[in-house]
Design a protein around this ligand. Structure first.
Ligand code: SF4
Length: 292
């Protein structure tokens, strides 16, 4: 009640309001805001002047298209058949609501996203948050961990694309790597954005940008692993060599410090010591005489 009394005074005395919009209709010039509390409606209707900032991807061609999203959004977001407060306005109406209206269509990196044939489907997002609700990473880290206004799986593909950053130390650039690629977001998304596919695409772009035409540490590690796994003899030798790791792990059974280049891993994570017996050794011991 205290918040309501405080905010009501503010709403009634404000001359200018700034809002966003969930959708804009190109055919009629109508804008729509979908919300649950009614504060948005007071912002949209009480001040004399309304300024609406809307991302260019929010435009739908016709009013009939808007009808589809008006059903899809609340059902995917809060499982309601209809949204509590849906406000729509088309310009100004004398004597009712704001008498001055300005709409700002915001690009802010969106045309760059559009230029990427794989990543562009992120712009189909209707911000229902269904992908957030099913994401195991979001569930454990919460929204602030994403460091941008778009949290969760959609934020992990949209934020780095909007900022166009490839600096790996930038939290936005590292977001595509903070995923298990479990695919729960893709299953939940009502507009079928292939979030895991775009995450992999953005990872590849990021790695390419770091290569500068030269192989990275990861490239070399993968090449070495491929070479070792390409022959049974080499693989057995690599297994034997891994026993050294048991010495490094000591009594704790965790390796927490390695010389370069292994230090790139152990500077922020540890890893378990190799087991006493490998799977192949166990198999040879327990299945003597049978084929591998
Ligand atoms: S990506 Fe899909 S599920 Fe996630 S918020 Fe956007 S529309 Fe909803």
């Amino acid at each position: 009640m205290a918040a309501r009394a405080h905010l009501r005074r503010k709403f009634l005395s404000a001359k200018v309001a700034v809002s966003g919009a969930n959708f804009g209709v190109a055919e009629t010039g109508t804008l729509a805001v979908v919300e649950s509390e009614g504060n948005g409606r007071m912002c949209l209707t009480l001040p004399d002047t309304l300024i609406t900032l809307m991302g260019i991807e929010k435009l739908v061609p016709t009013f009939t298209d808007l009808e589809v999203f008006m059903q899809l959004l609340p059902r995917s977001s809060t499982a309601e058949r209809m949204n509590p407060y849906t406000s729509m306005w088309t310009g100004v109406y004398p004597g009712d609501g704001p008498q001055n209206f300005h709409v700002v269509l915001l690009d802010n990196g969106r045309t760059n996203v559009l230029a990427d044939e794989v990543g562009r489907s992120a712009l189909h997002c209707i911000r229902c948050s269904a992908c957030l609700n099913v994401c195991p990473v979001y569930e454990r880290t919460g929204g602030h961990a994403y460091g941008s206004v778009y949290p969760g799986p959609i934020g992990a593909i949209l934020s780095p694309q909007l900022t166009g950053t490839t600096d790996h130390d930038d939290p936005n650039a590292s977001l595509p790597f903070a995923s298990t690629l479990c695919g729960a977001c893709f299953d939940a998304c009502p507009v079928r954005i292939d979030i895991p596919g775009i995450l992999v695409h953005l990872r590849a772009k990021q790695i390419d940008s770091e290569r500068h035409g030269l192989p990275t540490g990861q490239d070399l590690a993968m090449k070495a692993a491929g070479w070792a796994m390409g022959s049974e003899r080499r693989f057995a030798a690599a297994e034997k060599a891994s026993k050294i790791g048991r010495v490094l792990g000591g009594a704790t059974g965790r390796i927490s410090s390695l010389p370069y280049p292994g230090s790139a891993w152990t500077s922020s994570r540890d890893l378990p010591s190799p087991p006493k017996e490998t799977f192949r050794q166990w198999w040879a011991r327990t299945h003597a005489g049978t084929e591998r």
